[in-house]
Write a new protein. Structure first.
Length: 547
């Protein structure tokens, strides 16, 4: 009995979404963790557990049909997360019973309605929303209750867990976080122990509800969430430390400011700490840095080790610098048949030679004025860091070299050089328009001079091809950037890398002329956004960031 467009879902899906929503209270995602979080909550405050369970259930029942959550969001429990958090904080109302309990479903509806707009605003800011709608709804409830003269936030709530119950609750959460990430979880536990120890040492009771707010609901989850958000990267530890310190500072400031005394901070310091860490550690690359595919690409480059990655770049990396696609002929005269720019025409027809020289001269002027983009800078920095051994490029614009890349194989040559087709000796570029006056010939051997780029139908010089082939044969990761692989030589290099067992990462805005395999990583992003994000995750700072 499914409405049009609504995919079939079973009781199992709904149960999974419900428990995954509850698991996210502790920044976990498996349904089993939902059981652990619920158990931990029940041990400390049974009514909060009831509230969280009811809230998440309500969201799962309505989220997809009424509030148009996507199937993915719903299944992952993201819709239920806010309502679970809200239910948790309604525990004291539910415990007291009576008429105010009837307001609970209304506030759950408000929470679900707020989700869309809040998420859109946070997406514009490029920051994760966490359970901000849930938190906002709790604050609104607080205002409504105080206007009605009722006490929503009974502080402390009627609960008095024993030491055993507290210990068991902590054990449940520790099992959950250990299951997600053992290293981060161990560091988090250590941090929690240190914080509790410091509180004890400074004469506070760490087990009182006010103090637990600082160590259990602020410092500890801030560190765990930030570090797991960037797990596998050194940056994750930095982000965790920043989030923990920032969250603690906000908590302490909140407690010290009389103006804020009426509003309980709840998870606000935690969220603010995480946003501060996101902004400081990820800056303007933050959205892509949090994207799972970008992280997977960066992890794969790290795993390939020193010199383990080779880059194969194409026109897409230089379009942001205003350079037309060389291999697609986007720099040639309109209306002139493509064949006139071919290698055969160059050898046989003086008119075609003049046309070719003129087109190359125009391309050279454009390339000469172009500055490397953020993508070139990021690649050069990753190379300097030792992770990339070679950059094989189909481009002829020298922008990789201008950005500081050292080991570049110019597969199609360079527009800044001129070469004799007979003896191979390089020469200076001739004066403008010299090609219209007659053929440009080598002073040494009288062979034709030609811009040192590969024309249609011209063979890639054997030494260049060997260098490219050798680079891709020895790589563990081939990073393909800004090329649709429309040219046979590039396809051949990808196939060679694959045959040698290298992993492939594709960063492209267009379709690919080669099949994508299940193990490949595909980033449909402009190179000038994706590569700086990868560099940042790798802990590499681009030498100079061009616009
Ligand atoms: Zn010559």
């Amino acid at each position: 009995m499914n409405g049009a467009g609504a995919p079939a879902s079973t009781w199992r899906d709904a149960g999974g979404a419900w428990l995954r929503g509850i698991a996210q209270i502790a920044f976990l995602e498996h349904w089993l963790d939902g059981v652990l979080v619920l158990a931990a909550t029940a041990l400390l405050s049974p009514w909060s557990a009831v509230g969280a369970a009811l809230g998440a259930l309500f969201a799962v029942a309505l989220g997809r049909r009424v509030f148009r959550q996507t199937e993915w969001e719903w299944q992952a429990g993201f819709g239920a997360y806010d309502c679970a958090i809200m239910g948790l904080l309604w525990g004291s109302v539910l415990a007291r019973g009576g008429a105010p309990v009837l307001l609970f479903p209304l506030f759950l509806l408000l929470c679900l309605a707020l989700r869309g707009p809040v998420h859109r605003i946070m997406a514009k800011l490029g920051l994760p929303p966490f359970a901000l709608p849930g938190l906002m709804t709790v604050w609104i409830a607080l205002g409504v209750f105080s206007v009605l003269g009722a006490n929503f936030w009974v502080y402390p709530v009627p609960l008095d867990p024993t030491a055993t119950e507290i210990g068991l609750a902590i054990a449940c959460i520790v099992i959950g976080v250990l299951r997600k990430n053992g290293r981060v979880a161990s560091a988090t536990v250590l941090l929690a122990v240190c914080t509790v120890g410091m509180m004890h040492w400074s004469g506070q009771d760490p087990w009182s509800i006010g103090a637990a707010g600082l160590w259990a609901f602020t410092v500890t989850p801030a560190f765990f969430a930030a570090a797991t958000m960037l797990s596998g990267f050194r940056l994750g530890w930095v982000a965790g430390a920043i989030a923990a310190v920032a969250a603690a500072a906000v908590w302490l400031a909140w407690m010290a400011l009389p103006a804020l005394a009426a509003v309980p901070p709840l998870m606000a310091p935690l969220f603010i700490g995480l946003w501060v860490a996101t902004l400081l550690c990820l800056g303007r690359d933050r959205v892509l840095c949090m994207d799972p595919s970008t992280q997977a690409a960066a992890r794969q480059i790290t795993a390939a080790g020193r010199g383990g990655a080779v880059v194969l770049s194409g026109a897409g990396i230089s379009t942001a610098a205003g350079i037309p696609d060389y291999t697609a002929g986007a720099w040639l005269d309109v209306g002139v048949p493509l064949a006139r720019y071919g290698y055969g025409a160059f050898l046989s027809d003086p008119g075609s030679r003049a046309l070719y020289w003129a087109a190359c001269a125009r391309f050279r002027v454009v390339a000469d004025h172009a500055r490397p983009c953020a993508s070139h800078a990021a690649l050069a920095a990753i190379e300097a860091h030792g992770l990339v051994s070679t950059v094989v490029t189909q481009n002829v614009d020298d922008l990789h070299q201008k950005a500081g890349a050292r080991n570049v194989v110019d597969l199609h040559g360079t527009i800044f050089k001129v070469r004799c087709l007979q003896c191979g000796v390089g020469h200076e570029w001739p004066a403008d328009d010299a090609w219209f006056a007659g053929d440009l010939l080598c002073p040494q051997c009288n062979g034709f001079l030609k811009p040192a780029v590969i024309a249609f139908g011209e063979e890639i010089p054997a030494a260049v091809w060997q260098a490219a082939l050798q680079a891709v044969s020895n790589c563990r990761v081939l990073l393909v950037v800004g090329t649709q692989l429309a040219v046979g030589a590039a396809l051949n290099l990808v196939a060679t890398a694959r045959a040698r067992g290298a992993k492939s990462i594709f960063i492209t805005m267009g379709t690919l002329a080669c099949p994508v395999f299940p193990g490949d990583i595909m980033l449909i992003q402009p190179a000038e956004r994706a590569l700086p994000a990868i560099a940042r995750l790798l802990g590499v700072t681009p030498m100079a960031r061009a616009s």
